[in-house]
Unconditional design. Sequence first.
Length: 322
Amino acid sequence: MTTVEELPAAGKQPKSTKAKILDVVRWVAILLVIGFAAKQLASNWGEFWHTLRDVAWQSSLLSLLALVAAIMVSTWGWQVMVDDLGKPIGYARGAQICLVGSLGKYVPGSVWAYLLQMELGRKAGLARARIFTGSLIQLGVGVVSALVVSLLAAPAVFSNSPRAMWLFVLIPVGLAMLHPKILTWGTSLVLKILRRPPLAHPLGWKVVGKVFGASTVAWCLQGIHLWLLANSVGAPGFSGFVLCVGAMAVAMTVGTFAFILPSGVGVREVAQVAVLTASGLTVGQATAFAVASRVMFTVADLLTAGAAAVAARSTRSVPTPA
């Protein structure tokens, strides 16, 4: 049977009306999420710029680069997971699907990010179920990784918000669920509920370990991003660094569960402020850096998504089968 890969580029069939409509819908969705991201960027720009005036430009630049690196590492973990579910897609194509699709988180109701990723994956010749499954597993593994890393901020979190203790109670449960057999069973159960085909093969320790490692490195890089900002006004050196790493893990985990809000807006900042004040910053300073962090996240998301789209377009080939 001839595969999609074997079809000559010159012999492409003209697009059907349905395909053309889907193309238009995809572009409208992409423009919509970029618009939401730009709106959020503009609404916080004044306070962001006021905050950065007191930060050395070298620290600001390194902070942004740390975020870009975190996003790239996290994307690699996503690609590893998707590659394990079928034929490898390559980093350029995987980054385009993951990063451009993830901009959907800026639309209220973060489910839009997964829907956009699935549509972009389908456009690249991959089954929607494969993209959804890869994103679902990476999300679960990433949340467990964040819970583990958030232990670094446990003292600050407990002193400021005792109710947050439930997050740390989940750690043993989460680690147990990362066992490949349990993770395979749980994923297949979710897919069955959604009336999707089960996993083609069981997950292995190698792929779970890579995704967990990528998520952990990403959390640490995000912590470096926050520490580079906070350290500019005198947050304690190493202890402040440890708290910032834990703060980002806590903030991103809480923001993930606040899926109704665009990119966890508001909830994420509360967690960051709670930990930063424990490291010696005033509430005003901590709030300013939390806002600056969100703006820099948006800038990094747009930069990496744009770069991924350009890179994928320059290396685009005939789509591979899912």
